[in-house]
Write a protein that binds this ligand. Sequence first.
Ligand code: AHG
Ligand code: MN
Ligand code: MN
Length: 280
Amino acid sequence: MTEIIESIKKIALEISEAIKTKDTGKMDTQNACGDVQVKLDVISDEIVEKYLLATSSVKEIMSEEKEAPVKKNEGKYLVAYDPLDGSSLIDVDLSVGSIFGIYENGYNGEDIKAAAYVVYGPRVEMVVARDVVELFRLNEKTKEFEFVKEIKLDKKGKILGPGGTQKYWYPYHKEMIDSLFKEGYRLRYSGGMVPDLHQILLKSGGLFAYPGTEDKPKGKLRKLFEVFPFAFVYKKAGGFGVDGYNDLLTLKAEHYHDTTPCFFGSEYEINRVLETYKGR
Ligand code: AHG
Ligand code: MN
Ligand code: MN
C-alpha cells in the first residue's frame, strides 16, 4: 500500500506540471462515459497508467477514461482512478483533482481498502485515507509532500455544496436544500467535487450533494472513481457517505462506469438527508 501512495505522489507532481504547462483545449473525442475530453484528461490518464503499471503491488488499473481495466500478471490491488476530476474547469483556472480508490478482489463498495485524492489548487495537496485520514502539502522547493495534519469531521458543519441541475431536482430534495440554507448554511460549490469535498473536510463539516434527478435518476458521479473513494475518506474522517438510503460502501458496482446519487457530510447533515429520502 505504501508503494502505491508513493507512486501517487509522483503522479501528482507530474500531473501538476502538465496542468501548468500543457494545452488546456478540448479533444475531438469522447471518453468511455460519453464526456467530452480535454487534452489534459488524456495526458493525465497516461501519467497515472505509466506509474501504476510500474508499481509491483498493483494487479489491475481501471480509469474513468477507459472502457475496460488494464491487467498485469503480478500484484494484489486494483486501482480505480479519475485522473483529472473537474476537467471542464481547466479553461477557467479553477481547482481540479485526481482521485484514487485502492480495491482488493473487486470494485464493489466493500472492496475498497484505501483511498487518496490530490487537489491542484494554489498549492498541491494530497489526502490519504487508510485507518485515519491524513493531509499532505507539496513543498514546491523540495518537491516532497509534507505531512500537515490528521483530518477529522465535526458532527455538524456550516457549508453546503448542492450539485445537479436544479430544474430537475425532486421537490423533496429542493425542500431539504432550501431548509438548510434557511438554517444558515452558506453556499460553497465550484463544480469540482475534489475541491468542494476537500473544503467540507477541512472546514470540519457540511454537506455535498449530487442527487438523483428527473433527468438522471442514478446521478452523475461514478462509483468506482469518485463515489467509493470519497465515501471511504469521509467514513475514516468520522463523517458519512450515503445514496439517500444506505451507506455508499454497501453498494455494488454493476459495471465499471456505474453512477449513483451521493451525499457526503457530517452526522447532522447526513441525518437530514436520510430523513428527507426515507420512503421516497
Ligand atoms: P469529470 O471532470 O471527471 O468528468 O467530473 C466532474 C464531476 C465532479 O467533479 C463535479 O462535482 C460534477 O462532475 C459536476 O458536474 P455538472 O457540472 O455536470 O453538474
Ligand atoms: Mn470526475
Ligand atoms: Mn475525470
